[in-house]
Design a protein around this ligand. Structure first.
Ligand code: CDP
Ligand code: CDP
Length: 217
């Protein structure tokens, strides 16, 4: 089983993805971390994430062991991520890792949940379950602001809002693998929904699409 989750920044993709992975015993990959790690590697080497050569080299040299770096959560890494992510050579360099994870999930998992921007459209177009999770940009900025504040970072809500708007525009308007719902995706607006309500709806959707072997639950 592969579950593809796409949507804009701070919509609740990761919260839902981790919960679904636990519920259905699947492995979970936040593909944004690949782009964040690539962007951060360019920044850390003093380079410019919009420079195609620097960005492609960083994507090719990406070490999966660095995907747990707490600095990846900084909004500066998110902005650099969306700059490297607009470049076709970077996306091409990161594709195999994502597809391999989806089709050969680690630790004997029964399948995988991947979240990002192009999972249902490009990385796993054959995924039987596709979700597009969204929320108003104001709600998302508030959530991300609170999250960063709680993790001890000094942040300004209006700056986060401006960053998210710029990132949304770059992600939706790029030529290669733009952020958009797959035609067969279930679209969920989480502006007024708590994470538990979102999970309950999606679990029903998954069970309706793939009834568990041995009858109803
Ligand atoms: O966590 P948040 O939703 O803020 O962002 P993320 O998922 O960590 O992704 C950071 C950036 O990476 C996004 O703004 C996209 O530009 C890029 N990305 C992408 O292009 N394709 C993906 N599959 C995942 C992320
Ligand atoms: O992965 P993505 O960037 O889409 O979002 P996330 O990291 O799952 O969620 C961003 C923040 O919003 C977290 O602090 C979540 O607890 C919160 N959240 C929420 O308030 N309501 C939801 N329905 C989902 C997430």
């Amino acid at each position: 089983m592969i579950i593809a989750i796409d949507g804009p920044a701070a919509a609740g993709k990761g919260t839902l993805g981790r919960a679904l992975a636990a519920r259905f015993e699947l492995a979970y990959l936040d593909t944004g971390r690949l782009y964040r790690a690539t962007g951060l590697a360019v920044l850390n080497s003093g380079g410019d994430p919009t420079d195609p050569k620097a960005a492609e080299a960083a994507a090719r040299a990406l070490d999966p062991a660095t995907l747990g770096d707490p600095d990846l959560r900084r909004e500066a890494a998110g902005v650099a991520a969306s700059q490297v992510a607009a470049q076709p050579a970077v996306r091409a360099a990161l594709l195999d890792f994502q597809r391999h994870f989806a089709h050969h999930p680690p630790d004997g998992a029964k399948g995988a949940v991947l979240d990002g921007r192009d999972i249902g459209t490009v990385v796993c177009p054959d995924a039987p379950i596709k979700l597009f999770v969204t929320a108003s940009v104001e709600a998302r900025a508030r959530r991300r602001f609170k999250e960063l504040l709680d993790s001890g970072q000094e942040v300004v809500e209006s700056t986060i809002l401006a960053d998210l708007k710029a990132r949304d525009a770059r992600d939706a308007e790029r030529d290669t693998a733009p952020m958009k719902p797959a035609e067969d995706a279930l679209v969920i607006d989480t502006t007024e929904l708590g994470a538990d309500e979102v999970l309950a709806r999606v679990v029903s959707h998954v069970l309706a699409a793939r009834p568990p072997a041995g009858g109803a639950e």
